[in-house]
Design a binder for this molecule. Structure first.
Ligand code: 6PG
Length: 256
């Protein structure tokens, strides 16, 4: 049973940032209280940078139990960690380098790989090591499992491209149809930057306990309206419309 998506629109960017940071904090607090840790996959691009910067300031800097936070990346470009196109670099500058999160709690997409396919395979191995307890539990529940087992993130942050892409899942691209792998390479992204990527797959995104879309800018208004109209279209051409987690789905939007 899919939960009904929640859409919240804000008149000012400041209100939108505060709502996003508060949401992140509340999800983290609830996950740590319940499970002793908070696993979150960060989104890339430029939109979330201000939210990451806000989380590195009071009160979140002090209130968040950073020792229990595990940061992953929902997708990244296959570039070195100091490359301006790196989502890992952006998050380090905006957040990681400013908060007391243990280095071992950072789980970037391996950037030392020789190809995006190899990076995706290495990232998948990292994920399977980290989530091995959960996935073993799922397999051992005795219930006849229908198909592959996937990790369950507490929170996955997603952005939105003007073509309806999210993470590095693009309209019409084979990566969007992947139903078994946890992460795949995208050697030929159709949208800029045209840099090979690695992305979580749709089944992983749809297993998250909570998915939060962070969308800002007047240029995203048209695509948001299109996606709202497609949310119950199972094979929508818009990847973001196919994000329908069994958990909570929230869109925080600001068009100014
Ligand atoms: C990426 C992102 C991608 C991004 C959207 C929106 O690596 O580029 O994961 O999905 O979220 O393209 O990008 P902006 O926030 O820069 O508009």
């Amino acid at each position: 049973m899919k939960t009904k998506p929640e859409f919240r629109t804000f008149a000012t960017r400041a209100d939108w940032v505060e709502a996003a940071a508060t949401f992140f904090y509340q999800e983290a607090r609830s996950s740590v209280r319940t499970r002793g840790a908070f696993t979150v996959a960060l989104s890339g691009g430029m939109t979330p940078k201000v939210v990451y910067e806000r989380l590195a300031l009071p009160p979140y800097l002090q209130k968040l139990n950073w020792e229990a936070v595990h940061l992953f990346w929902g997708d990244d470009r296959c570039v070195p960690p100091d490359d301006p196109a790196s989502n890992y670099r952006m998050a380090c500058q905006a957040l990681v380098n400013r908060v007391p999160i243990p280095k071992e709690n950072l789980h970037p997409i391996p950037f030392q790989a020789s190809s995006c396919a190899e990076a995706a395979a290495l990232f998948e191995e990292d994920l399977q090591r980290f989530f091995r307890h959960e996935t073993r539990l799922a397999v051992s529940t005795g219930k006849k499992r229908q198909g592959p087992v996937f990790p369950v993130f507490d929170l996955i942050l997603l952005g939105l491209g003007r073509d309806g892409h999210t993470a590095s899942l693009f309209p019409g691209h084979t990566a969007l149809e992947e139903q078994g792998r946890w992460a795949v390479g995208v050697p030929d992204p159709p949208s800029p930057p045209h840099i090979a990527r690695v992305t979580l797959t749709l089944p992983v995104i749809n297993r998250a306990r909570t998915v939060l879309f962070l969308v800002a800018g007047a240029d995203k208004h048209a695509i948001v309206e299109k996606i709202i109209g497609e949310l119950d279209v199972p094979e929508s051409p818009f990847p973001a419309a196919r994000v329908r987690p069994a958990g909570r789905l929230v869109w925080l939007i600001c068009y100014s």
